[in-house]
Ligand binder design. Sequence first.
Ligand code: FES
Length: 109
Amino acid sequence: MTFTKVCTLIDIPEDRGLNVKDGDLSVAVFKIGREVYATQDLCSHGLWSLSEIGYLEGDRIVCSLHMGKFCVQSGRVKSLPPRQPLKTYPTLIKGEDVYIDFDGVLIGE
Ligand code: FES
């Protein structure tokens, strides 16, 4: 596992995602309290950026384009129309710094 520092906790909005990139890979980072979760940035339904048009409703990411919902921890679909889960990435917090393992992609797990 190789964790890369991407931001600090204060950089992540309370109810929305923060977009971070690793080369061509675009990831949305969400925060619930002091827990941090990372998913692919593009909604699996219409390929819109979840860090731009998505928001958190409890532990669900809501895509405001068609109101699809995903579990922020697992990426699983919680409300249609999306049918494909989001890829998720392991995260780590050290002090106030947030790290992502971009190589540790998980799909709906
Ligand atoms: Fe996200 Fe349709 S683009 S639910």
